[in-house]
Ligand binder design. Structure first.
Ligand code: NAD
Length: 249
């Protein structure tokens, strides 16, 4: 199995890509520590695999991160998946909206990575490598999209953070990469579609963004998650890896 013997923590594992990633990593032999702010969705994940343990964690709460980190073994992998889509142009972006997106999409990854890096470094010293994977998006420094000001800017920051961590710790066996999906069919995407003035048209528009003519399903994304957390990607670091159905062709 591709992640045999590895212990991996995932944030936002209650639903969507994070949940599918927890299940995919467990299928590949990893011991998975699945975290989310929502204890109900986590509870429904808990019974799905004996390899998955669940812990409620709000990644914008520094004290909660410190407290959880103190209880954890040294990790082989950290997948910072939590993030939020603010809908709006610059003229619809309040200071509070901006701060919320910055806290959830970027500062949480700074805090999680900083808190767990000592254990990842120890594990890299023992095993030769450990990996951090940060959830970015095709909507970032890679491509601009309408009404995605806070989202695009904060996901661009995730790519910069990823490269900075990769540069600082490459000699110590830490690999750090960013994952950049296209439009993925998840509960929050369904919420964005339902909230549109014309939901049917909104769904068509989301689908039309992909030259491949469909939304991604979560398991179009999880093979890349497994790859980037496994030793198969041992020569890959500091990269923003796209899986976008051809949007950025
Ligand atoms: P989602 O948006 O449907 O679910 C998000 C999860 O994050 C929920 O389980 C929620 O409880 C959790 N969460 C929210 N706030 C949290 C907090 N403060 N602490 C911990 N957990 C919290 O899932 P998704 O659409 O798969 O998105 C996951 C990640 O993938 C996000 O970073 C998102 O930006 C990114 N992404 C999604 C898409 C897409 O089209 N769905 C595309 C590119 C990137």
């Amino acid at each position: 199995m591709r992640l045999e013997g590895k212990t991996i923590l995932i944030t936002a594992a209650g639903q969507g890509i994070g949940r599918a990633s927890a299940l995919a990593c467990a299928r590949e032999g990893a011991t998975v520590i699945a975290t989310d702010i929502n204890s109900d969705t986590l509870a429904s994940l808990a019974g799905q695999s004996p390899r998955i343990s669940v812990h409620t964690l709000n990644v914008t709460d520094p004290a909660a991160i410190t407290a959880l980190a103190a209880t954890l073994p040294d990790l082989d992998g950290l997948f910072n998946c939590a993030g939020f889509v603010h809908h709006g142009s610059l003229l619809e972006l309040s200071d509070e909206d901006w701060q919320f997106s910055l806290d959830l999409n970027v500062t949480s990854m700074v805090r999680m990575s900083r808190a767990l890096l000592p254990g990842l470094l120890r594990q890299a010293q023992r095993q030769g490598s450990a990996a951090i994977l940060n959830m970015a998006s095709m909507a970032s420094s890679i491509k601009g999209f309408p009404v995605r000001t806070a989202y695009g800017a904060t996901k661009a920051a995730v790519i910069g953070l990823t490269k900075a961590i990769a540069a600082d710790f490459v000699k110590q066996g830490i690999r750090c990469n960013a994952l950049c999906p296209g439009t993925v069919d998840t509960p929050s995407l369904r919420g964005r579609i339902a909230a549109a003035a014309d939901p049917l048209q909104a769904e068509k528009d989301f689908i039309a963004r992909q030259p491949m003519g469909r939304l991604a399903q979560v398991d179009d994304i999880t093979p890349l998650v497994v790859y980037l957390l496994s030793d198969e990607s041992r020569f890959v670091s500091g990269q923003a890896m796209l899986v976008d159905g051809g949007v950025t062709i």
